[in-house]
Design a protein around this ligand. Sequence first.
Ligand SMILES: [Fe+2]
Length: 322
Amino acid sequence: MTKAHSANAGNEERVRRIAETATHLGGRETLRRVEMVDRRRGPAGEDVGNVVEMEHVNLTVPDQGMATLFYISGLGGTRDPYLMVGTENMWVNIGEQQFHLPTQVAQVIHGHVGLVVSDLAALIQRLGDVQDRLAGTSFQWEAEDGLVKVTCPWGNQFRCYASSQGSGGMTAGISYVEFLVRPGTADGIKEFYRRVLRAPASMVRDENGTAARVLVGRGQALIFRETAEVLRPYDGHHIAVYVADFSGPYRALKRRGLITEEFANHQFRFQDIVNPKTGEKLFQLEHEVRSMRHPMYRRNLVNRDPALSLGSYVRGRDAFAP
Ligand SMILES: [Fe+2]
């Protein structure tokens, strides 16, 4: 089941059959990709590290109507009802995380975002429902063993996994973001996160090559995978993380001249990831770094149950508990 379904290839019967099959998808792939606790490390495998949560991924979008179709109707997210409720920006809640989608020329991550969803079959059904309305864009999706690969209308790629024991207790949310990086840079990136952000980080060598894996929460990671592909120039997309030790990373980045937005309102920003020994620039990714005193830390994010419809409505079951 690897055939891609573009917006022009709508077929209700095929979507129904794929959705039925997805209810029987195996969990092997899910566990391998999303597993966040290394049981071989014993008690040390329980350590979360200094980055306690990756809260949002910020990707500008040129069209809020299309973004609503993709992120809300398709992926099943919930529009934040309290903040950014106009057409200049939309915050989309998925579990305890968010996508921030300000209106601008599209930003695209060279890599992909790993999502945990409550029901893969329901996701497939929703993607089938929106595909005709996203015709003529980059939108497409395909179901494989244990995951659904989705491309947004502007080219961002998502891999969606069912909730499992390996997803750190996450039933819906942003589990990881994988960035493609230059050959020979992953080890330096790993050291940067260990020494500067004080996050647990390790090297992964698998059938997909070499990568640095950085823990950024209970069930969350950043993955930096080396590729021979020509990398797309960095376009300013960003992530937001909360850290327990705030001043340590701040001082380490300040000393290296890497702070891009000075400390204010419980946060600062940096963009360059450097080799901590040599100072060589290895990768660019803006980080919005927040302290746990930030008023939005562990904000209660509203999640609807995306399975609810006019036909299936059950009184009092509007909310989904992530
Ligand atoms: Fe942000």
